[in-house]
Ligand binder design. Structure first.
Ligand SMILES: Cc1cc2nc3c(=O)[nH]c(=O)nc-3n(C[C@H](O)[C@H](O)[C@H](O)COP(=O)(O)OP(=O)(O)OC[C@H]3O[C@@H](n4cnc5c(N)ncnc54)[C@H](O)[C@@H]3O)c2cc1C
Length: 405
């Protein structure tokens, strides 16, 4: 018997296009969006899976609470959590999954279960990074942190000696205070020159003096063009990308163990070949790296940096794509990387799935899949097969969106 394809949409930001105009049955969770703070000495928050992270941040702000999610307000709670969730306070709070206490899941068999460290622990392990393969999440419970305001800044540099600047930034991240999370972004215009270089930083505290000294050296990386700093609730620093269209954006990403000169020069060569585009270097480590790699299906805990390149379609281009020559350069980065972030994959071929999960993680995910969805009903996603193909870990080639074979 063949099943019609079932897709589950929360915030609708699947970069692989799984929830953008899918065929078959589309299950929308948007109306399950209640955010309830459960009082206690250590408060918990129970969230309907269709809420967005912007809604959560706004509800939590008056309570002086926050959860590190991602950069974007319009991204869905369940979708981001199922990927891991790398946000503006990641070096201080870890990933979004590191604040997850439990989740209610409706399985392929129609059972409603609460997955946590103590109940369905393998399912709980799998949903923290393993994607939407194991059932429909309906409610999620998180342990938020007490943070009233944070400091948030944007430092723009003169775009000279960009490779040297990236290397100096990486050195700073290695030695920095864990309250500080930074992302360095380079925009490359169509004439292949860097039009802007900036570091967005978030200091997970309202201590202005401590934030100033933690960020001082960032100001000396090279000449500054301008700088902006604000003190605000976490909810105010999330961006809104609610007009997102998967077919208008192409992405490449790689976790790198060490951001050395060779990786930096390859990455900048890739963006010069792919211009116009934007490359970001996210500084990881801190609290992310304090969780053992096998504790969650997100298994890239020791990576120092996540490199992500975004290319938007031009007005006369329906689809954003990277060229074959750019992909050849990328293969050199990806083959030496620690793999890819599933949340930023714009395709879902089995080669891409193998980039997102180390071999042991993928085997364990397959075993959980056999238990909770043996007939692969939840397959319109970054699909973990219940009975995997023989594993051959090849570097990524050109992406094919939504490939499920
Ligand atoms: C503009 C933009 C910015 C982003 N920024 C960040 C960032 O800063 N940090 C980060 O970590 N990631 C980021 N992401 C990646 C994002 O986390 C993933 O794309 C995520 O899957 C989007 O979730 P969604 O609910 O918005 O999308 P959807 O398209 O609604 O869902 C994506 C997938 O999640 C699964 N899913 C969603 N809801 C459920 C549910 N209730 N039950 C079961 N499965 C479900 C489905 O498999 C679905 O295909 C960004 C993406 C975009 C497009």
């Amino acid at each position: 018997m063949t099943h019609s394809t079932l897709s589950v949409r929360g915030g609708g930001h699947s970069l692989a296009g799984h929830t953008f105009a899918p065929s078959g049955v589309l299950l929308k969770t948007a109306r399950m969006s209640t955010v309830s703070v459960l009082p206690g000495a250590e408060p918990l928050v129970r969230i309907g899976s269709g809420a967005t992270w912007g809604m959560v941040a706004h509800e939590l702000a008056p309570h002086g609470l926050a959860i590190s999610s991602g950069d974007t307000a319009s991204v869905g709670v369940a979708g981001l959590t199922l990927a891991g969730g790398i946000g503006r306070m990641a070096r201080h709070q870890g990933l979004a999954i590191d604040s997850l206490v439990s989740a209610q899941v409706v399985t392929a068999q129609g059972d409603t279960v609460e997955a946590s460290e103590h109940s369905h622990p393998e399912l709980f392990w799998a949903i923290r990074g393993g994607g939407g393969n194991f059932g429909v999440l309906t409610q999620l419970t998180f342990r938020p942190r007490r943070i009233k305001n944070i400091l948030y800044g944007d430092i723009e540099y003169e775009p000279v000696d960009v490779a040297g600047l990236v290397a100096r930034w990486a050195d700073e991240v290695r030695g920095s205070d864990d309250r500080l999370t930074t992302v360095l972004t380079v925009s490359v215009n169509s004439s292949r020159t860097s039009s802007s270089v900036n570091v967005r930083w978030c200091y997970a505290s309202d201590d202005e003096g401590a934030a100033r000294s933690a960020t001082d050296r960032l100001r000396r990386l090279t000449s500054l063009r301008k700088e902006a700093v604000k003190i605000a609730p976490y909810s105010d620093v999330l961006e809104d990308v609610s007009n997102f269209r998967a077919d208008h954006m192409a992405m490449r990403n790689a976790f790198v163990p060490i951001l050395n000169d060779r990786v930096i020069s390859r990455a900048l060569e890739f963006v010069a070949t792919s211009a116009p585009c934007v490359i970001s270097f996210r500084g990881l480590g801190g609290a992310i790296a304090q969780v053992p790699e096998t504790d969650t299906a997100y298994a890239h805990r020791t990576a120092e940096t996540l490199i992500a390149v975004t290319k938007n379609a031009s007005e006369d281009d329906a689809d954003a794509v990277f060229s074959a020559s750019a992909d050849q350069i990328w293969a050199g980065i990806s083959s030496r990387s620690d793999g890819a972030y599933v949340g930023f994959l714009d395709g879902a071929t089995q080669d891409e799935i193998k980039q997102a999960y180390p071999e042991a993680t993928l085997r364990r995910l397959s075993a959980v899949k056999r238990l909770y969805d043996p007939t692969n009903i939840f397959r319109n996603n970054h699909n973990v097969l219940p009975f995997p193909e023989p594993l051959s870990y090849a570097p990524l080639g050109r992406s094919r969106r939504c490939g499920t074979t």
